[in-house]
Design a binder for this molecule. Sequence first.
Ligand SMILES: *Cc1c(COP(=O)(O)O)cnc(C)c1O
Length: 440
Amino acid sequence: MSQPAPLHALPDPTTAELIAARPMLKLHTMDGLLMEGVPLQAVADQLGTPAWVYSAGTIRQRLAALTEALAGLNCHIHYAVKANDHLAILDLMRRGGAGADVVSGGELQRAQAAGIAADHIVFSGVGKTVAELRLALAEDIYQINVESHAELEMLSAVAAAMGRTARVALRINPDVDAGTHAKITTGRADNKFGIPFDEAAALYAHAAALPGVEPVGIALHIGSQILAMAPYRAAYTRAAELIRHLRAQGLEVSRMDCGGGLGIGYGDEAGASPQAFAGVLRNSFAGMGLILMTEPGRWLVGPAGVLLASVVLTKGHDRFIVLDAAMNDLVRPAMYDAYHGIVPLAAGNAVGAPRDVDVVGPVCETGDTFARGRAMPLVAAGGRVAILDAGAYGAVMSSTYNARPLAPIALVDGDRWATIRPRQEVTALWAAETIPDLTA
Ligand SMILES: *Cc1c(COP(=O)(O)O)cnc(C)c1O
């Protein structure tokens, strides 16, 4: 597979540009960087760094904007829990009217723990275990997206044995290139996801004849961080074609799950437009009388989170800025070559002349680098920065590599904020470990 083009080949946006493009952030001359009405320095003073901070207002606004764009389309939003699975975030989604798209039994239970009703939950994923399928059937969730012939047979057997019937959508692989990073492309024929397009019609007919399953629709999800509408258009055109074909054969198809993947602007590029996305849905499925579904994760929560970090020291004649946050906290730069804007918290720093620096973490891996050759103001030892757009695939992907405890999380709402997860105690890292005596 060819290497993707760098995600951010353009000149780095300035600190002022990064802040101006993010409505929840403001630079206050005295208090420094504010999230909504809360000085992030105050959060860092209290929680220490590294620390995650999420903006409730931003999540509410984004969910409302997407809901409004989709109005009239009979389209349900199922938030992709894996993007950020904190209960407080799931609670915001539930209050905003969204259901949940889950990819594991754990996420199913998390969604329910946050009060999301089973009939607002869709279960996706390429390798659901028998135990996970049993859980989904016992809870009678809204829909299970089946990704293979083998899974369909497994689900049929499990459901029939339980005396249940699963509402099933077949996740097809439309073989379109979403034009995104290779590690987050999921809708091409050589990806592990979905049922090959050519086999889908026969499998749907087969499903209709199996006990324990009721095929109700088609699903697809072509990848993540998608900024152009053309890949969606191509995928939905194929899906609509398949649905017409199935209906012509007398098979009932009432639902179309259109997947997630809407991208955001990590640099100064514009994020995907909900209006444009709604337009594609409208054109692709007009007059088909379908219940539509979408499963956005990143678009709803990505711009709503920052990771606060302190500068431990600078080295190499100020070429390297070493932070106390690392790849174990935020792995996206190491894993996907992802660009994240980095801005100083103190107002004084933000106006310093930009210079090219490498922003790195302390973990013993060369990949522990947040930015390479980045033009930004130098922040001296003891100063703090915010790593932007860290609300999606941030804290959920953290590990405790290098015996680094999980960072705390705060939620800002207007001019108030609360700690929604304290910093993990270092002793908790080994609390469940035992040293066995196997010599006896
Ligand atoms: C990850 C995932 C999503 C969400 O993707 P985003 O890019 O965060 O919108 C939606 N559906 C499925 C099946 C997924 O695996």
